[in-house]
Design a protein around this ligand. Structure first.
Ligand code: IPM
Ligand code: MG
Length: 354
């Protein structure tokens, strides 16, 4: 099992180091892993003048799976867009065809109190957000900035989805729903956008192939509200790139912290890139306070989806639950009375709990 490890910027290297430690502990028990690291994002720009150097992309292509930290930092914000760290993750998703982004938002019973919503609203919540990842306004052409005739500037982006792009993510959504409680909610903005109208038509067509799944549709503004009103009404949500970006951050807070949420980005053959859904958090980088659990849980997803190692994945998830049970908390999920630990200690505790 060849894993390309791309730590990136900010807290990326510290959280990824903890996930590698956990994988290393499993390797001692017989899991055969080959790990190679490469710079990505701002870190790659610093050494190679390019956020996604050819060598990094090659390593990612040749690996069986990719473990990714986070990219971005204030020192890169003024660079031309093509050189910005975010282009690395967008480029990897596009180049590797990682169109299906699984973002599970599950409340650990131990963290119910950490949610910003009342315990009875979130307790038992278990949602899977399936976000399309290689299309939509993120990649649509034309885009740019131009000068209008009256001299003022205009910025523009294009939201677009082809039928085949919608069809394949819809299939992924129905397949995911089949494995869960067989309910799929497709989120769009069909009352305003042509893109969404086609989205709804195609998802409805695909539904005919999955008689056992109950399909519903919801406008994205309503979905944002319903997630706060009654999140447990949802099981699998399938949506486009932009809406999924926003709704998955929102859903993460229901679970207590964005520092807890892993993700998998898969291609048609289940080759995947695994990353926490949070960013590089430059304000807390290098301070040993970041929560490594989202990255550790991303490594578990990697074992499950790319390597069919369900048992090893379960072990990691159980170890995380155990550590939380013991009351260990990083700053983001800390509450009075709990034991506050740093990034490294949290990683060590997960290894010990394995
Ligand atoms: C995410 C992030 C990225 C995105 C950024 C870093 C480009 O917010 O993975 O959700 O917008 O997709
Ligand atoms: Mg995001």
């Amino acid at each position: 099992m060849k894993i390309a490890v791309l730590p990136g910027d900010g807290i990326g290297p510290e959280i990824v180091a903890q996930a590698i430690k956990v994988l290393g502990a499993l390797a001692k028990d017989g899991l055969k892993l080959e790990i190679e690291q490469a710079p990505v994002g701002g870190a790659a720009y610093d050494v190679a003048g390019d956020p996604l150097p050819a060598a990094t992309l090659k390593l990612a292509r040749e690996a069986d799976a990719i473990l990714f930290g986070a990219v971005g930092g204030w020192q890169y914000d003024q660079l031309p867009r093509a050189k910005r760290p975010e282009q690395a993750i967008l480029g990897l998703r596009k180049e590797l065809g990682l169109f299906a982004n699984l973002r599970p938002a599950k409340v650990f019973p131990q963290l119910v109190e950490a949610s910003s919503l009342r315990p009875e609203v979130v307790s038992g919540m278990d949602i899977l957000i399936l976000r399309e990842l290689t299309g939509d306004i993120y990649f649509g052409q034309p885009r740019g900035m131009r000068k209008l005739e009256n001299g003022e500037r205009e910025g523009f982006d294009t939201m677009r989805y082809s039928e085949s792009e919608i069809r394949r993510i819809a299939h992924a959504g129905f397949r995911a729903a089949m494995k869960r409680t067989k309910r799929l909610c497709s989120v769009d903005k069909c009352n305003v956008l042509e893109t969404s109208q086609l989205w709804r038509e195609v998802v409805t067509e695909v539904a005919l192939e999955y008689a056992g799944v109950e399909l519903s549709h919801m406008y994205v503004d309503n979905a944002a509200m319903q997630l706060l009103r009654d999140p447990k009404q949802f099981d699998v949500i399938v949506t486009g790139n932009m809406f999924g970006d926003i709704l998955s951050d929102e859903a993460s807070m229901l679970t207590g912290s964005i520092g807890m949420l892993p993700s998998a980005s898969l291609d048609a053959n289940n080759k995947g890139l695994y990353e926490p859904i949070h960013g590089s958090a430059p304000d807390i980088a290098g301070k040993d306070v970041a929560n490594p659990l989202a990255t550790i849980l991303s490594a578990a997803m990697m074992l499950r989806y790319s390597f069919n190692q369900d048992q090893a994945a379960n072990r990691i998830e159980a170890a995380v639950a155990k550590v939380l049970e013991r009351g260990l908390r990083t700053a983001d999920i800390h509450r009075p009375g709990a034991e506050k630990v740093g990034t490294v200690k949290m990683g060590d505790a997960v290894v010990a709990a394995l």
